[in-house]
Design a protein around this ligand. Structure first.
Ligand code: FPP
Length: 275
């Protein structure tokens, strides 16, 4: 089944630039072009939800010059692309902590949401000043305030109520999380929401991530069996039994196919594109 919600950790802009002896900012600019291509493509594919990790709450620790450049890119994105996104029926929502952000940035984020709120095509979620632990702590604080004020009985806190207080309230959990750049971790991204997400680590730098890479991750996702803690479906169980009764098959066939595909992609990106 096609995923409803794909989330992407766009990693590797800096290394992409370094390989080309360019300043890191050039990598972020190239990353912005990829972002535009992927948003357009996701809209054409009729994906319902796309979440992009644009700026983490930990990114403030980068040198001031790079932080400034990323903020400038965000402003440029809203100023230049908002009209197109609005006309292409994209609805924008920003997740992340807005406390302590500069007033002009808060206004910009608000403008992006306001100008696209009537749209009903692709839901584009931009994670800005976002960190999962920060989000969870904010939820805990809000629930504690309600409990102290008497508006909420602690015994009534359940998963649904907790989720309803998160930045992602009303948004389905991501089905697939893609990370580029070669690292295999979530880096404080959607930790609660990723509980049952399928993960895809694409071994190329974000500026090199193509619509074909996106489609390949989608295809691989469609071949996976998601169980959410339940047992295998009958057909998948038969297939796995066949694998386990075959002494030559050491591991799951889908995983082997995905690993082979990953190797081919790696060769394509790190050897050919590096040259
Ligand atoms: C990670 O690359 C990427 C980011 C920190 C930001 C992603 C930003 C964009 C794609 C540009 C659009 C930006 C906004 C704010 C809309 P990295 O710098 O960590 O790369 P590295 O791991 O190779 O150093």
């Amino acid at each position: 089944m096609l995923p409803r919600h794909i989330a992407i950790i766009m990693d590797g802009n800096g290394r992409w630039a370094r390989l080309r002896k360019l300043p890191r900012m050039a990598g972020h600019q190239a990353g912005m072009e990829t972002l535009r291509r992927i948003v357009r493509h996701a809209g054409q594919k009729k994906l319902e939800w796309l979440t992009l990790y644009a700026f983490s709450s930990e990114n403030w620790r980068r040198p001031a010059e790079e932080v400034g450049s990323l903020l400038a890119l965000l402003k440029l994105f809203v100023r230049r692309d908002l009209r197109d996104l609005r006309h292409n029926n994209v609805k924008i929502k920003i997740i992340g902590d807005r406390c302590n952000l500069a007033a002009d940035i808060i206004a910009l984020l608000h403008e992006a949401e306001e100008q696209t709120k009537a749209n009903n095509g692709l839901n584009l979620i931009v994670a800005f000043n976002y960190g999962s632990r920060n989000e969870l702590v904010r939820v805990a604080a809000r629930l504690a305030e309600k409990a102290v004020s008497g508006a909420l009985a602690p015994g009534n806190i359940d998963e649904a109520l907790f989720a309803a207080h998160m930045d992602t309230a009303g948004i389905p959990d991501p089905d697939l999380i893609i990370r580029t750049g070669g690292d295999m971790r979530l880096s404080n991204f959607l930790l609660w929401q990723a509980a049952y997400a399928e993960l895809s680590f694409v071994p190329c730098f974000w500026p090199d991530f193509s619509v074909q890479d996106f489609d390949a991750a989608l295809d691989a996702y469609c071949k996976r069996e998601r169980r959410f803690g339940r047992l295998l479906s009958h057909s998948a169980e038969n297939e796995q039994n066949a694998v386990f009764s075959d002494p030559m098959a050491g591991h799951n066939r889908h995983a082997a196919r995905e690993a082979a595909e990953m190797d081919r992609t790696k060769q394509r990106h790190y050897s050919v594109k590096k040259a």
